[in-house]
Design a protein around this ligand. Structure first.
Ligand code: SF4
Length: 383
């Protein structure tokens, strides 16, 4: 357990090791050994990815739960702990990634988790790496960086370290463009609680979180955490005013299933967490004033910035042929939410589909969209 002791004197970050995917980066290693690695996101020539471990939330359909949830990540053999000086391991992994065969660069660099902006130690570590590899060779990642976050830490107003990191990145290589994508977890407080399960956490977990990550998560009610989740977009917008290399964006996390978002009525499947009155989470009937305001402000901004006239949505991943890991997340969601987990297939087995609920999926698609990863992520850094 001592390898997990953190705090301001001994800042530690946790990374999730990854496999080398594909022949482009085949070092003969079978296991999970790399900090930076190539992931098959967006199609060839794929993406460069760096994946943090640990998170302040515990969303029910989280496909990264094994290395994100506090109750699980310490047991995961893929998780390593590093102090700031160990960042050179990441730099070496980055340098060792060969250029993709037949392509001038990879699609982009994606920083994901777990939660990559979990505290100042994480942000410092991350930007030390980003600044160094941007100086070394930003062409390899196409001068495009996307960070995916729930933003709970930044939403508390703790923006100083991030602002400094972004400013340094601009100074070290102004060609590099960065987008921070904030995943919103619900359209009202109750949905936030339902998705993140922030109301059912034992007190001991908060003590442990404080010890490991250095801030008091337990001091905040789920309603306050939700406020942070909504506020972070505005905090990031404020930072972006002085930085031409940086834009924030917002995405709705865990709405209805992805194959439905992509294909509409052509998708046979319908999966969602049931909110109430036979309506899925994110249904416009239940939007809080704060979420509605964020939605409208975001659309106004995103039409000009990215050309999006609806809010993007990450649905529940259900294309198990393309993403085999989705099977486990689907089982996990079903186990956690029980009767509130609606899957048309299971519903049929239980004796009938809920056609009233399924018809309301169209209301979600009127306000949210999901597109092919390659188009979506490329758009985020074309500003
Ligand atoms: S915020 Fe992301 S990483 Fe954290 S629990 Fe939710 S889905 Fe998982």
């Amino acid at each position: 357990m001592d390898r997990y002791i953190s705090g301001s004197d001994n800042p530690i970050v946790f990374l999730t090791l990854q496999k080398d995917y594909g022949e482009e980066c085949d070092t003969g290693a079978q296991g999970f050994r790399k900090t930076f690695a190539i992931q098959r996101c967006g199609g060839k020539p794929h993406e460069v990815a760096l994946r943090f471990a640990g998170c302040c939330l515990q969303c029910g359909p989280c496909f990264a739960s094994e290395y994100a949830w506090l109750s699980r990540f310490r047991r995961n053999r893929r998780v390593i702990s590093l102090s700031l000086k160990d960042y050179t391991r990441c730099i070496n992994d980055y340098k060792n990634i060969p250029y993709p065969a037949g392509c001038p660069h990879y699609n982009w660099l994606r920083i994901l988790g777990g939660e990559p902006l979990l505290n100042d130690a994480y942000i410092n570590f991350l930007f030390k790496i980003l600044n160094e590899i941007s100086r070394l060779d930003s062409k390899k990642f196409n001068n495009s960086i996307i960070i995916q976050t729930n933003g709970i830490y930044i939403g508390q107003g703790k923006t100083g370290t991030l602002r400094k990191g972004l400013e340094e990145l601009y100074e070290s290589n102004p060609q590099v463009k960065m987008c921070i994508e904030v995943s919103i977890k619900g359209t009202n407080e109750e949905e936030f609680e339902l998705i993140t399960r922030s109301h059912v956490r034992p007190k001991e977990e908060f003590n442990e979180f404080l010890q490991i990550f250095g801030w008091d998560l337990g001091a905040f009610s789920p309603a306050e955490l939700y406020k942070f989740n909504l506020k972070v977009f505005y905090n990031l917008l404020d930072i972006s005013k002085d930085l031409p290399n940086f834009k924030p964006t917002v995405i709705a996390g865990f709405g209805v299933n992805e194959t439905y978002l992509l294909n509409g009525e052509l998708s046979k499947n319908r999966i969602t967490i049931l909110f109430k009155n036979n309506r899925p989470i994110y249904h416009p009937d239940f939007w809080s004033d704060e979420f509605r305001e964020l939605y409208n402000n975001f659309i106004h901004y995103s039409i000009k910035t990215f050309g999006f006239s609806k809010m993007p949505m990450y649905g529940i991943k259900d294309d198990v042929n393309t993403y085999p890991f989705a099977r486990r997340a689907l089982r996990q969601g079903k186990g956690i939410y029980g009767e509130r987990w609606y899957d048309a297939k299971y519903a049929y087995e239980r004796g009938g589909r809920n056609m009233q609920l399924e018809s309301s999926f169209t209301d979600i698609r009127k306000h949210f969209f999901y597109i092919d990863n390659k188009i979506y992520y490329s758009t985020l850094t074309k500003f």
